[in-house]
Design a protein around this ligand. Sequence first.
Ligand SMILES: [Zn+2]
Length: 201
Amino acid sequence: MAGFRSLARQVRDPRCDLALRRYSLRKCLERFAPYGHRATWDHLCSRAGFGQEDRSPDPARLVAALDELEEARSVWLSYEVEFAKRRKKEKFDGLRRPGSVDDWHRLTWGGFGVAWCDDPGVHPHESLAEVLRRLIAALEREPGSVCPVCDGERLSWKYDLAHEPSSGPVCTECGIVVPRPVLTPEALAESRRGRLLLASA
Ligand SMILES: [Zn+2]
């Protein structure tokens, strides 16, 4: 299976058939897609200005979409390197982190679905790198009660998500599943209660 970087080279290769270059960009999303495959594709197409079904998009737009994806990937991978280093040191020092942080990292290692958007048409509008920077900043500070990407206060607990974990707090503004480690236990309980209130209304 081709890795992200060799797929990226194909996307940029002017000698390749345009349909293949587009296909390679889609394959990149199987390796790295912060919102999940479909929502990230929706995002990249609209930001770069080509249709999701356009089989022969303007090559410059295709490459712009790849540039955005690559920038986000390098932001995320350098965070993972730092995280792994820190964990190693903590282990060495005999410190233990609360389970949920490690559990979350195990599920998202490599950056696929770190800001899962269950509805492919609803996702943040900022660049992917900016969204990931905000998410990382939130993971590195004390847990809070709002969405780490858009500061939205309305989080609604959703079930049957198409990605692990299969349930979680979804931001009703920007559409991401908010990673549990960035929320306080109170905020998590609040989003669950909101769901119950909606169901009983
Ligand atoms: Zn949000």
